[in-house]
Ligand binder design. Structure first.
Ligand code: MLT
Length: 301
């Protein structure tokens, strides 16, 4: 008999609060934990702990080094929320192209039918934006999400260039035939009208969108970040949105800096927030944990 704590109660500091109702045998300390967004860095691991499962892709909320030292397996649920993120990235591409947010805000300022009749032509002119068909999308990172985004964008008529810092050009092309082979990130950035990043946050990827990489992009590029906040250097981005180098920055990570930027669309980490993806992640995490506890095998550690 194992004790598993599932949790998603978070206190006001974002720290994990456990709900002991979910213990299976009610005895001793937990053998495993399943978690979504709660920050686990202050969690004191009991000796009994064998595994922490993350119902999601990133494992930044889990102290992976400490787990490795203690022999605690950490696993995630890659791909389980990929469709949800893909759909929102495509929405972000369209939002940033057609000035939809500005248009909505403008329409909300209208007062009554007379105002609508008078103003609508000027609104129409003010929020014109380009179509995406034929435009180049650069996809940095061709994991489960990047590949789905690439395929969906190609089906909307975009020309897609993909690059993955961790796999070869041929392997990337094998994952998505919609993607033109690009030997380097520089080549993708130089061609792209839109750049979307889908890599994990690691030392090598932290602030990968920075002054230098922004400088190598086309003027007026649109950038999307639905992966991790720290992949983008906010100061460099602030400068680039203010100067018009970046015409829109769409981010799933509102923070002190991004909420004040010009030409930013910031939403509250909604990428994976669909009922379907929550169920998919929960099922995958539970299955992984069951396999590990029963058979010692793990796929996604
Ligand atoms: C993930 O890591 O899977 C995503 O950031 C989604 C989330 O945790 O809400």
């Amino acid at each position: 008999m194992f004790t598993i704590k599932t949790l998603n109660k978070i206190d006001e500091r974002g720290l994990a609060l456990f709900d002991r109702r979910y213990e299976i045998n009610g005895e001793g300390e937990e053998d495993a934990i399943l978690v979504r967004s709660a920050k686990m860095h202050d969690y004191v691991m009991p000796k009994s702990l064998l595994a922490i499962g993350r119902a999601g892709a990133g494992v930044n909320n889990i102290p992976v080094d400490q787990c490795a030292e203690k022999g605690v397996v950490v696993f995630n649920t890659p791909g389980a929320n990929a469709n949800a993120v893909k759909e929102l990235v495509i929405a972000g591409i369209l939002l940033s192209s057609r000035n939809i947010v500005g248009g909505i805000q403008w329409a909300q300022t209208l007062k009554g039918q007379e105002d609508v009749a008078k103003q609508v032509e000027s609104g129409k002119g003010a929020f014109t934006g380009p179509e995406i068909e034929g435009k180049v999308l650069g996809v940095i990172g061709l994991g489960a999400i990047g590949v789905l985004v690439a395929n969906a964008a190609a089906s909307l008529g975009m020309e897609v260039y993909g690059y993955d810092p961790f796999i070869s050009v041929d392997a990337a092309w094998g994952l998505s035939r919609a993607v033109h082979k690009a030997p380097s990130m520089e080549e993708v950035l130089a061609k792209a009208d839109y750049v979307t990043v889908h890599v994990p946050l690691m030392e090598g990827t932290r602030k990968m969108i920075n002054k230098e990489s922004l400088g190598s992009m086309k003027d007026g590029v649109r950038i999307l970040n639905f992966s991790r906040d720290a992949l983008v250097d906010d100061e460099a981005m602030e400068e680039a949105t203010a100067s018009g180098k970046v015409s829109y920055y769409v981010t799933d990570f509102p923070n002190e800096k991004t909420i004040g930027m010009q030409n930013v669309i910031a939403i509250p980490h909604l990428g994976a927030s669909t009922p379907e993806s929550e169920v998919n992640c929960a099922i995958m995490a539970a299955q992984e944990l069951k396999n590990y506890l029963e058979h010692g095998s793990i796929k996604n550690s």
